[in-house]
Ligand binder design. Structure first.
Ligand SMILES: NC(=O)c1ccc[n+]([C@@H]2O[C@H](COP(=O)([O-])OP(=O)(O)OC[C@H]3O[C@@H](n4cnc5c(N)ncnc54)[C@H](O)[C@@H]3O)[C@@H](O)[C@H]2O)c1
Length: 297
């Protein structure tokens, strides 16, 4: 039997905000393969995530696949990926108690916490996207929202890898980073506005650049382009149900994707089984991306 064995590896999963999103399912798959876990969570969601990790009510959500036990996370570190360091935070946010109670919630703060508490990192998962104008068509998107979408959804991968590089370089078996994209970064998806389609296109070429920059340090960087799925973030997109139903009816595999399928692919890409795969965009979308003409139905 070929194993996916991540025993002894430390995985930092950024973007867990509830027990519905891709990041939660990815964490469970990595844990089922034996990885130790640390979360980087938006400061305003740290308590929500802490509760899901502890409450009896959420025990079922924490059950790992493959009968591998229950999800355990070593630390939930507050991180707002909009800020490289606390020097970037404006006065208003600095005074907002919902943020300030966390101390340093920048990417630099996150890297310092990983360095101090763990000293090395084998896996980085970036499962983060945001646009304040996601419901606006491209033509109606403001410059501010466009740049915010790029800063949070794309540049943050570069910033996180730069900050984590000292802990990820030259690990036994190499290190691996995964970020999540969507077909809207390749082609026009009408409701994917607010700068998000640009952000996904940027994320994909950034991942290729980063793969090239970091390959000599044996750090692999790959993208999973996932099919539509009704997570919390996706529910903010207009007509999400329509996108899901359309993909399900037109894909070569005529159904919607399951988040567990994205999670299992992440575990594979992070494992030594994928040791020669880097700079790749892997579609986990039931084949929807290959279609040119869509059957009626
Ligand atoms: N759901 C889909 O249909 C779909 C399809 C393809 C790709 N994706 C991508 O998957 C990834 C995860 O999304 P999801 O659908 O699981 O939704 P989600 O809502 O579970 O995840 C998005 C996460 O981004 C975090 N986030 C937003 N701004 C942040 C910031 N400034 N700092 C730190 N964290 C921040 C949120 O807290 C949230 O936890 C995203 O990159 C998304 O674009 C989603």
């Amino acid at each position: 039997m070929i194993p996916i064995d991540l025993k002894g590896k430390l995985a930092l999963v950024a973007g867990v905000g509830d027990d519905r999103g891709f990041a939660w399912h990815i964490s469970k798959a990595l844990a089922a393969a034996g990885a130790r876990l640390v979360f980087a969570t938006h400061p305003r969601l740290v308590n929500v995530v802490g509760n899901i990790l502890e409450r009896d009510l959420d025990r079922e959500s924490r059950e790992l696949p493959f009968g591998a036990g229950e999800l355990k996370v070593e630390r939930v570190i507050p991180c707002d990926v909009e800020h490289d360091s606390m020097a970037d935070v404006d006065e208003k946010k600095r005074e907002d108690k919902r943020f300030s109670k966390h101390g340093d919630y920048s990417i630099q703060g996150l890297a310092a916490a990983i360095g101090k508490d763990f000293g090395s990192l084998d896996i980085l998962v970036h499962s983060i996207a945001f646009s304040p104008e996601i419901k606006n068509k491209a033509i109606d998107t403001s410059r501010k929202a466009y740049l915010t979408a790029l800063s949070i959804s794309s540049f943050s991968l570069t910033a996180m890898l730069k900050a984590m590089q000292p802990y990820m370089e030259n690990r036994p078996d190499g290190a691996s980073a995964i970020a999540l994209s969507y077909l809207g970064g390749d082609r026009v998806v009408p409701h994917y506005g607010g700068g998000m389609s640009t952000a996904k296109a940027a994320l994909q070429i950034d991942a290729k650049q980063l793969a090239s920059n970091l390959g000599p340090k044996n750090i692999r960087v790959n993208i999973i382009s996932a099919g539509p799925y009704a997570s919390r973030a996706a529910s903010a997109i207009g007509d999400m149900d329509e996108m899901i139903n359309h993909a399900a009816s037109c894909s070569p595999l005529p159904r919607g994707i399951r988040p567990e399928e994205v999670a299992n692919t992440t575990a594979f890409l992070c494992s030594p089984l994928a040791s020669a795969i880097t700079g790749h965009v892997l579609y986990v979308d039931c084949g929807y991306n290959v279609m040119g003409i869509f059957p009626k139905g």
